[in-house]
Design a protein. Structure first.
Length: 327
């Protein structure tokens, strides 16, 4: 019996932060280690071309993201781990899918509307066609389950539409893909705790996995807690949630009780949390540095991943080519 295929990707647009970690990466590592799935994890560098990074930044960030995912527990022996642009099937299937996709469906995508609003000066066609490439990423490996966040559900529905449009025109080939929605904590910004933690808000809003203890401490010191509203304040809830994820149960229970009794000291909460986060990623920081000082080794891991991915991708593309009538 073959195992269900799981595939997911991440754009190399910034260092991993605790929001990405708790929202996606940690879950990938658990799925990988369960041994129940055939896993594909890739760095969506082609998707990142729709954004505003310079070439230099992008090149650097692809390596950092690769090193960070490996340091966070993605194991190339268990997961096919690669960089999207190293497997040419993605762009080829993307083109075929372009020709079966309705423009009006792309224009409906919330993320397209959001992103265009954020980069008014660079509303490139790639922003619009972005979800077609995403569909290609998934269907190229006959992905069955995709662990993603709520914000990507619409793209996954479109993936299924695209698969169906292709099947209707060329014969049934692609099967349906399902989202894998795990219960994941929603981590909020440190400085604006009503917004989701995101690097685009600014450095002070996020804790990166690579941050040294002093940096974590300094960022947490500035984190918004209760201004007026008292303990229900979203900033406090966010810090308690992080404490739950990263510290011992005892510590979390103590601060939660203090909060209920109105005796909580935010300074102490922040110190405890900074310590817990820093400790949780000690090993991560070490491994990350190792991968980044040995770029050859890193590239070798990625090349091997791309080679395995390409084997599967080439088979799919041979079939697709036959179905659409090209050589
Ligand atoms: N669009 C995803 C994001 O921004 C990244 C991505 C690209 C992806 N291709 C994918 C995720 C395929 C899952 C499957 O988070």
């Amino acid at each position: 019996m073959s195992k269900p295929v799981i595939i997911s990707g991440i754009q190399p647009t910034g260092n991993l932060h605790i929001g990405n970690y708790l929202g996606a990466v940690k879950n990938w590592v658990e799925l990988q280690n369960s041994g129940k799935y055939e896993m594909y994890i890739f760095i969506a560098d082609l998707h990142s071309l729709t954004g505003t990074q310079t070439a230099e930044e992008r090149g650097k960030q692809i390596k950092i993201t690769a090193a960070e995912l490996l340091a966070a527990g993605i194991d190339p022996k268990k997961t096919t781990f690669f960089v999207q642009s190293e497997v040419d099937g993605h762009t080829e299937l993307n083109w075929v899918f372009n020709t079966v996709t309705h423009v009006a469906e792309l224009e409906r995508m919330t993320q397209f509307k959001d992103k265009s609003a954020h980069q008014e000066k660079n509303i490139n066609a790639g922003l619009l066609t972005y979800p077609i490439l995403q569909a290609a990423d998934i269907l190229l490996y006959k992905g069955e389950m995709v662990p993603i966040g709520q914000d990507q559900i619409q793209h996954l529905e479109l993936t299924n539409d695209i698969g169906r449009w292709f099947n209707n025109r060329y014969g049934v080939f692609f099967s349906e893909v399902k989202p894998l929605l795990t219960k994941i904590p929603k981590v909020m910004s440190l400085l604006e705790p009503t917004k989701k933690m995101s690097k685009s808000l600014g450095q002070g809003h996020v804790v990166e996995l690579a941050d040294e203890s002093e940096v974590i401490e300094a960022k947490l010191k500035k984190a918004v807690t209760a201004t007026e509203g008292g303990a229900d304040a979203p900033g406090v809830q966010n810090l308690l949630l992080l404490l739950k994820e990263f510290s011992d149960a005892k510590v979390h229970t103590k601060f939660t009780e203090d909060e209920k009794n109105g005796t909580i000291r935010y300074g102490d909460l922040k110190t405890a949390l900074a310590e817990a986060i820093s400790k949780a990623f000690t090993d991560f920081r070490k491994k990350r540095a190792e991968y980044l000082t040995d770029e050859k080794k890193l590239q070798k891991v990625l090349d091997q991943g791309a080679k395995s991915a390409k084997k599967v991708a080439d088979q799919t593309m041979a079939e697709v080519r036959r179905l659409v009538g090209i050589k």
